[in-house]
Design a protein around this ligand. Structure first.
Ligand code: GRF
Length: 189
């Protein structure tokens, strides 16, 4: 069976992208990394790995999210992409784009969904005095940070943990979880 062609969409540092690049890519192959933010650090990681790195700046499109996404979609189709992995891609996607990629797009989120969709997940877990926290990989649907869960990693919150400490601890778990979930997902789609 041929490897699934994966595009990773990023906006920033790309540490999850790095984990996906470093993993044994035997059922998937990252063939494109695309950032909506010029100069995103993750683009360098892609180039260092010999993967095509593109920037599609969302700013010139202003409020016209769909126009940006139509351009994005064309770039993906031109490269025969099978699966999109969102990895710190800080754009909410419109129903148009989500429908185009229904069942073929996944995301990683730094909370134990369904708890804490959206932002400030580490702060919210601490504010709620949660005993546990973690991260989730899920299929992307129109509702933000919802969709079938493909896997979770969890940790125990320690006394004295701050949002920063939790962010670091959760990120380490993300780097283990995402390659595993992408591998499983790529084997089944
Ligand atoms: C991660 O915490 C991820 O869960 C969230 O955005 C962050 C991206 O970090 N969606 P990186 O760019 O992969 O380092």
């Amino acid at each position: 069976m041929s490897k699934k062609r994966v595009a990773v969409l990023i906006s920033g540092r790309g540490s999850n992208l790095q984990a996906l690049l470093d993993a044994k890519q035997d059922v998937y192959e990252i063939v494109l990394v695309l950032a909506n933010v010029p100069g995103a650090l993750g683009l360098e990681r892609a180039r260092a790995a010999g993967v095509e790195a593109l920037t599609l700046d969302h700013k010139p499109y202003g409020k016209n999210r769909e126009a940006f996404e139509r351009e994005l979609n064309a770039l993906l189709i031109a490269r025969n992409i099978d699966i999109i992995a969102l990895a710190g891609f800080m754009r909410v996607l419109t129903p148009y784009f989500v429908r185009e990629w229904a069942g073929r797009m996944i995301n990683i989120h730094p909370s134990l969904l369904p708890k804490y969709p959206g932002t400030r997940t580490h702060e919210r877990a601490l504010e709620a005095n949660d005993a546990e926290h973690g991260c989730t990989v899920h299929v992307v649907v129109e509702e933000v940070d919802a969709g079938e869960m493909l896997g979770q990693e969890r940790l125990r919150i320690n006394p004295g943990d701050t949002p920063e400490i939790l962010a670091t601890r959760v990120l380490e778990l993300e780097h283990q979880l995402y390659p595993r979930c992408l591998t499983e997902f790529a084997s089944r789609v």
